[in-house]
Design a protein around this ligand. Structure first.
Ligand code: HEM
Length: 483
């Protein structure tokens, strides 16, 4: 035989060998595939119950949130059914997951997508950064990050401090008592307006928007019944007026751009216009940013003051840290970035506050497809919910979780991944965390060095959730100036 014939024979022999091997292994492959399919078929949905028809567990959970007993209610479910269970919320079957690995799954699984409640979408908009996914999400988020990243926030310190000083002069100085939460909400609104949206203090739109905004945020968690005289319909009307005011701002910024009087670096609205975002989406995202920053940052500062009032050791350390910084400066001299970096204990106290009272209580997602977690099948379309507080109060992660102890955050690397998640995680991690940090540190510096406070008579420091935490009487405190 020649060379060519011998090559052909070898190739045929190899092909036959492969075919034979395939034939022999086919039944094995087939049975493996069958096994996998049938296993998938057999996977059970999470244990638990869907509760009462239609209402499911919605009213029970909302009631528990208002009474601030939601953690107990959810803990009882986890104790009864384990770390993966089912319930029914807002008329949707929901998988309720507990623990750091559940947090990781919720924040990073590509099989899940974000979702907003109907009330939220009608009040804030349906084309916010949270409503878009993939490349569109990356694009819109990048526009925000441009103004929220560390470098940008460093440039905002002076403007934030000016707002804090002005706010305390106008609403704390000369007063005997202050409701801290409403005060910090107003401050956060002012900081956002100036720093992110370029609406100066004298801007009429800012005043108009402030009033509408205070009202519309109350509707975000209301039952979405648009009937005359319902809270929801009043808030919806405020939202419409607020949107008209934002549309006015967009028009004014566009005109300035066309006249060559502004640049994309000036403010977020101008930046989004230059990036070609449609007006409707700019409005939705401005509304979203206001909502995302407002109650969260205000709650952090408010509950930090509440914890400092109740924990004198921590208060003394924060006071000492802030007084040292104040003493190193001339009267009226602005805080620098280096000063903020020296506020280590104060930020540890803020983190401990976020551990004990995380503003967003849980994250909600929707399954885009059938997905498995923890040995159970979560069917396509189900909601998936975790509970941040349950991880934050897990004694295996944070021993003696009821104790306010900022020292836990002196070495954050000791905390397991996804064990502390007040700002979320994954691709949707809060881009405003540095912004919130700087506003908190600047506000606490001026409050602690200028005022002493204690809970007013009749104010017990308790709070409820709707679902953002809100202290009773807005945390009414008696204040006196430090001379
Ligand atoms: C203490 C203050 C704050 C807390 C605790 C907080 C918490 C969170 C959390 C947990 C998420 C993720 C939600 C999820 O995964 O479903 C989030 C998202 C977001 N936050 Fe914050 N936030 C705070 C302040 C701010 C501020 C000051 C801003 C803006 C100025 C902001 C802007 C946003 C935005 C735009 C998103 C959506 C990100 C995305 O979907 O890509 N937040 N925040």
């Amino acid at each position: 035989m020649g060379d060519a014939d011998s090559t052909t024979t070898t190739a045929m022999a190899a092909a036959l060998a492969i075919a034979a091997a395939l034939l022999v292994s086919l039944p094995v492959l087939y049975s493996l595939l069958l096994d996998k399919t049938s296993r998938k078929k057999k996977k059970a949905i999470p244990p638990g119950s869907f509760g009462l028809p239609v209402v499911g567990h919605t009213l029970t959970l909302l009631r528990a949130l208002r009474a601030n007993t939601a953690e107990d209610w959810l803990s009882r479910r986890a104790a009864a059914y384990g770390p993966v269970s089912r319930l029914s919320l807002f008329r949707h079957p929901t998988a309720f997951l507990v623990g750091p690995s559940a947090n990781k799954f919720v924040f990073t699984s590509p099989a899940l997508t974000t979702m907003n409640s109907e009330a939220f979408s009608r009040m804030v908009g349906r084309r916010t950064v949270r409503d878009v996914a993939g490349d569109e999400h990356t694009r819109v988020r990048a526009m925000m990050v441009q103004f929220l990243k560390l470098d940008a926030v460093k440039r905002h310190v002076a403007a934030m401090e000016a707002e804090v000083r002005r706010h305390l002069d106008a609403h704390w100085r000369g007063r005997a008592a202050v409701a801290v939460m409403p005060s910090m909400k107003a401050l956060t609104f002012d900081v956002m307006s100036t720093v992110l949206f370029g609406m100066g203090r004298d801007s009429a739109v800012r005043r108009e928007l402030s009033a509408e905004f205070q009202q519309l945020v109350q509707g975000i968690w209301a039952v979405p019944l648009d009937l005359p005289f319902t809270r929801f319909s009043r808030c919806l009307a405020a939202s419409r007026r607020g949107r008209r005011a934002v549309a006015g701002v967009i028009g004014e910024r566009r005109a300035k751009l066309e006249r060559g009087e502004s640049s994309p670096a000036d403010d977020i609205v101008t930046h989004m216009l230059c990036k070609g975002l449609p007006d409707e989406e700019i409005t939705d995202n401005v509304m979203f940013l206001m909502v995302a920053a407002h109650d969260t940052t205000a709650a952090l500062i408010t509950f930090l003051l509440r914890h400092l009032d109740a924990n004198k050791d921590a208060y003394a350390k924060v006071l000492q840290e802030q007084q040292e910084i104040a003493r190193s400066k001339a009267p009226g001299e602005a805080l620098s970035w280096e000063d903020l970096c020296r506020m280590r204990y104060t930020w540890a106290a803020a983190m401990e506050t976020l551990r004990m009272v995380p503003p967003p209580f849980s994250m909600l997602r929707r399954a885009l497809d059938d997905v498995e977690y923890g040995g159970y099948l979560i069917p396509k379309g189900w909601q998936v919910m975790n509970a941040t507080t349950m991880t934050h109060w897990d004694p295996a992660i944070f021993p003696d979780p009821g104790r306010f102890d900022p020292a836990r955050f002196e070495d954050p690397s000791a905390i397991p991944p996804y064990g502390f998640v007040p700002f979320g995680g994954g691709a949707r991690i809060c881009p405003g965390n540095e912004f919130a940090k700087v506003e908190t540190l600047v506000a606490v510096h001026h409050i602690v060095t200028r005022f002493r406070w204690k809970l007013a008579a009749g104010c017990d420091g308790s709070f409820s959730r709707s679902p953002m935490p809100y202290p009773s009487q807005g945390l009414l405190v008696d204040i006196e100036p430090i001379h």
